[in-house]
Design a protein around this ligand. Structure first.
Ligand code: ZN
Ligand code: FE
Length: 248
């Protein structure tokens, strides 16, 4: 039985994700950017919250844990680092499984943006929730980890099947596309960038994306091709540093 994903914008550029295991009706939220917004969406859908899945400790991902737990009694699962700012019931790490009814999420350690950042992969439905690790045409800033760690994390994601649907936590795609065009003139990227700009003009979301589309067009994943004289992690680090200094 499939997993239904309800995606909605919240805060300034975050996405909220409410997911429902259709076999059992169990519901989870991926991250807690805005407790009031999540409660309003639950009310609208007629869903009740069973589980909170955190990707990392940043307030726009775990800041609503306490309020949502108080309002719903949901169990909170996430990386240990979440306890820096919020309650956590179960700490998980690479290889752990988290069940939502009949749906099984496998935890991937995707540190780099924060040291303990994790992603959740539902192989049966070909869905991954990647928080602030991989974005459409981008990747998370290295606030805590280094380029080698992040490259290792991104490599775990690109090892997933190409048809994996990737839910990233922010609508950053237009800005990412402007940077991508500054370092890569690949035709597939140019076509995608035009489609992204047009979609944003219409107010449409550019998330989710897929692993295959990101491998083909994301300059961070294409770093070894764009900087062939460097080792892959160093090539990635150079593209990441260029983005950090980019004034688009
Ligand atoms: Zn973050
Ligand atoms: Fe974030």
């Amino acid at each position: 039985m499939p997993l239904t994903v309800h995606q909605f914008p919240c805060l300034s550029d975050n996405y909220g994700f409410l997911v429902r295991d259709e076999a059992t009706g169990k519901v989870a939220t991926v991250d807690t950017p805005d407790a009031d917004a999540i409660l309003a969406q639950l009310e609208k859908l007629g869903w009740s919250l069973d589980l909170i899945l955190n990707t990392h400790w940043h307030p726009d991902h775990a800041g609503g844990n306490a309020a949502l737990k108080a309002a719903t009694g949901a169990t909170i699962v996430g990386p240990q680092e979440v306890t820096r700012i919020a309650p956590l019931d179960r700490a998980v790490t690479e290889g752990d499984e988290v069940r939502l009814g009949e749906t099984v999420f496998r935890v991937l350690d995707t540190g780099g943006h924060t040291l303990g950042h994790i992603a959740y992969h539902d192989a049966a439905d070909a869905i991954a929730f990647v928080g602030d690790t991989l974005f459409a045409l981008g990747c998370g800033r290295l606030f805590e980890g280094d380029a080698a760690q992040m490259w290792g994390s991104l490599s775990k994601l690109t090892a997933l099947p190409d048809d994996t649907t990737v839910y990233c936590a922010h609508e950053y795609t237009a800005a990412n596309a402007r940077f991508a065009l500054s370092v890569d003139d690949d035709p597939a990227l140019r076509r995608r960038a035009e489609a992204v700009f047009a979609a944003r003009e219409r107010g449409e979301a550019t998330v989710p994306t897929t692993i295959g589309l990101e491998k083909a067009t994301n300059p961070f994943l294409r770093a070894p091709l764009l900087r062939p004289h460097l080792a892959p992690a160093e090539a990635f680090g150079e593209i990441r540093a260029a983005k950090d200094g980019f004034k688009g």
